[in-house]
Design a binder for this molecule. Structure first.
Ligand code: QV4
Ligand code: CA
Length: 480
C-alpha cells in the first residue's frame, strides 16, 4: 500500500497526462528507464463519456470498465505495461470509482468504447450499474459535513454507493483486472468522497502482486489516494493513511509560496516535513503541481507553480527532488500546453490524440511540454538516487532567500532565490575533493563544463551570481 515497488534504486513517478499507451511504452524505453525514473502515472484507462470539444476532464466521467479510451485499447495497455517493466519502469493507473458519467446534451451518452448510458436514469448497461447502485441525488455544498461529502454528488456526477456489495464487486473486478495486466498500483481519484471503511473493504480484496508480473510475490499494490485537505474541511487526510499514501496538497501550495516569496522565504525549507504540517514521509505523496491545480481546478490557486513559470517551477522541482520528504515517489507533472483550462490534449480533427515528437535536443514538440525531460529535473532525479536514505544535515541560512544543505555525506545543494549574488563558505559535508555542479554543467572526461566546488574539511566556498539559474548541486558521482 505504501511502497511503489520500484525496480532497484529508482526515483519519482511521472504523470504522463493524456499520453497514449504506446507513446508511454516508447518513453519508458528511450528515456525514463535510462534516466533512473521509477514509474508512470497514466491517465484514466477505462471507458469515459465523449464530451463535445473533447476536454481533458471527460476522462473523469466513466461509462464502463472496458479498457478503451483515447490513450488506447487493452492490447496496447498490456504492451505498455510489459515494455515499461522491461525498461525498469512501473505503471500506476488513475482510477475513478466515486461516480459515473453525468448527463450530456443528448441522450444516450456515448463512450469511447461505443457504450451507451442514460445518466439521468442512472442506467449504465455496459457495466451494468442501475439506479439502486447510486446514492440518492443531492449536491455537495457543505464541506464541513462529511456525510454530504461522501454521499452527495461531486460536480453533479452520479454518485456510486461503495457500501453496496455489487458496486464493490465491480470495482474490485476492475482493479484485479489491472493487477493481472501487471500494474504496480493506483492513483485513487476523489477519495475524500468515499468512506474509508468502504475503501478498506475494496483494497483488502485487491489481489497481491505476483512474481509472474515481476514483483515480490504477495506484496500489496501501491495506493496513492487523492484527498485535497488544506486543513479547513471536515474530511482529514489522516483518515486515509492506514490505507495507503495520500496526496499532500499543502506541499504543492507551500512550495509555491516559498519560491514565489509569498508570506514565506527559503528559510521555511529548514523544517520541511511534519513540522511544516505535512504527513509523515511514509504516507506523504508530494508534488509541485498536478493536472487540476495547474489549471485552476481543485485547490491552490495562484500559488501553484507550473510549466508556465518555467524557472521557478524547475527550481522548486529541483528542491523537491533534493529533499528527502516524500520518499522515493515524488510525483512530476508532465503536461501538454494549454491556454483554456478545459482544453484537451493535442488532437487532430477526428479527436484522436497526437503523439509527442522528440526534437534533436531531447525536448518534446507537437504541443507536449515534457517537463520530465528538462535537464535540471533529470539531473536531480539522479541526485535523489545517489543520496537515497540519507537525511538533511548542515542546513545553512546564508542570507534571506539563500540556503544550502547536505544530504548525508553524499550530496550538497545551494539555492539562491534572492536578487543578490550568493557568496559564502558553508557546510558541504562531502569527502575532500573538487566536484562539478550538475546544474550549471556536466562532468565530461573528468572535467567540469560548469561551476566547480572545492570541498575541504566539510566546508566549501560557493558563489551563485544573481544572474544565474540560482541552484547548485554536487554529489559523490560528480567528483572530478
Ligand atoms: C456541471 C456544473 C455542476 C452541475 C453539473 C450537472 O458545474 O454544478 O451539477 O454540471 O450535470 C465537469 C465540469 C463541471 C460539470 C461536471 C459534470 O467541469 O462543470 O458540472 O463535469 O458534467 C475533473 C474536473 C471537473 C469535471 C470532472 C468530470 O476537475 O471540473 O467536472 O473532471 O469531468 C474537489 C474534489 C477532488 C477533485 C477536484 C477537482 O475533492 O476529488 O475537486 N479532483 C479529482 C480529479 C479531477 C476530477 C475529479 C476529481 C472528478 O483530480 O480532475 O474532476 O473525477 O476538490
Ligand atoms: Ca461519493
Amino acid at each position: 500500500q505504501w511502497d511503489p515497488h520500484f525496480i532497484g534504486n529508482r526515483q519519482g513517478i511521472v504523470h504522463l497526462f493524456e499520453w497514449k499507451w504506446l507513446d508511454i511504452a516508447d518513453e519508458c524505453e528511450t528515456f525514463l528507464g535510462p534516466n533512473n525514473f521509477g514509474g508512470v502515472q497514466t491517465s484514466v484507462a477505462n471507458e469515459n463519456v465523449i464530451i463535445s470539444g473533447r476536454p481533458w476532464y471527460e476522462r473523469y466521467q466513466p461509462m464502463s470498465f472496458k479498457l478503451e479510451t483515447r490513450s488506447g485499447n487493452e492490447k496496447e495497455f498490456r504492451e505498455m505495461v510489459v515494455r515499461c517493466r522491461n525498461a525498469g519502469i512501473r505503471i500506476y493507473v488513475d482510477v475513478v470509482v466515486n461516480h459515473m458519467a453525468a448527463s450530456q446534451p443528448s441522450t444516450p451518452a456515448i463512450g469511447t468504447a461505443g457504450s451507451e448510458a442514460y445518466p439521468s436514469d442512472r442506467w449504465y448497461p455496459a457495466v451494468p450499474f442501475n439506479k439502486s447502485d447510486f446514492n440518492t441525488a443531492c449536491s455537495i455544498e457543505n464541506y464541513n459535513d462529511p456525510k454530504q461529502v461522501r454521499d452527495c454528488e461531486l460536480a453533479g456526477l452520479p454518485d456510486l454507493d461503495q457500501g453496496r456489495k455489487d458496486v464493490r464487486d465491480k470495482i474490485i473486478e476492475y482493479l484485479n483486472h489491472l493487477i493481472d495486466l501487471g500494474v504496480a498500483g493506483y492513483r485513487m481519484d476523489a477519495c475524500k468522497h468515499m468512506w474509508p471503511k468502504d475503501l478498506r473493504v475494496i483494497y483488502s480484496r485487491v489481489k497481491p502482486l505476483s512474481k509472474q508480473n515481476g514483483f515480490v510475490q504477495g506484496s500489496r499494490p501501491f495506493f496513492f489516494q487523492e484527498v485535497i485537505d488544506l486543513g479547513n474541511e471536515a474530511v482529514k487526510r489522516q483518515e486515509y493513511i492506514s490505507l495507503g499514501t495520500v496526496t499532500e496538497f499543502t506541499y504543492s501550495t507551500q512550495i509555491g509560496m516559498v519560491f514565489r516569496k509569498i508570506e514565506r522565504d527559503l528559510s521555511a525549507l529548514k523544517n520541511w516535513g511534519p513540522p511544516s504540517g505535512f504527513l509523515p514521509s511514509r504516507y506523504s505523496f508530494v508534488f509541485v503541481c498536478n493536472h487540476d491545480n495547474q489549471r485552476g481546478h481543485g485547490s491552490g490557486g495562484d500559488m501553484i507553480l507550473t510549466y508556465k513559470d518555467k524557472d521557478l517551477f524547475i527550481k522548486a522541482s529541483a528542491f523537491m527532488l533534493a529533499h528527502p520528504h516524500g520518499g522515493n515517489h515524488p510525483r512530476l507533472m508532465s503536461s501538454f500546453y494549454f491556454d483554456d483550462p478545459s482544453q484537451g490534449p493535442p488532437q487532430n480533427s477526428n479527436g484522436d490524440i497526437i503523439s509527442r515528437e522528440i526534437e534533436s535536443n531531447g525536448t518534446c514538440s507537437n504541443g507536449w511540454v515534457c517537463e520530465h525531460r528538462w535537464p535540471e529535473i533529470v539531473k536531480m532525479v539522479k541526485f535523489r538516487a545517489i543520496t537515497d536514505k540519507t537525511v538533511v544535515i548542515g542546513f545553512t541560512n546564508i542570507a534571506k532567500n539563500q540556503i544550502s544543505f547536505c544530504r548525508g555525506r553524499k550530496g550538497f545543494v545551494a539555492i539562491n532565490n534572492s536578487d543578490q549574488p550568493l557568496s559564502a563558505t558553508v557546510n558541504a559535508c562531502l569527502p575532500n575533493g573538487v566536484y562539478c555542479d550538475v546544474i550549471s554543467g556536466d562532468k565530461v572526461d573528468g572535467k567540469c563544463t560548469g561551476t566547480s566546488v572545492n570541498v575541504r574539511a566539510g566546508k566549501a566556498h560557493i558563489e551563485i551570481p544573481s544572474s544565474s539559474f540560482g541552484f547548485l548541486a554536487i554529489h559523490l558521482e560528480s567528483r572530478l
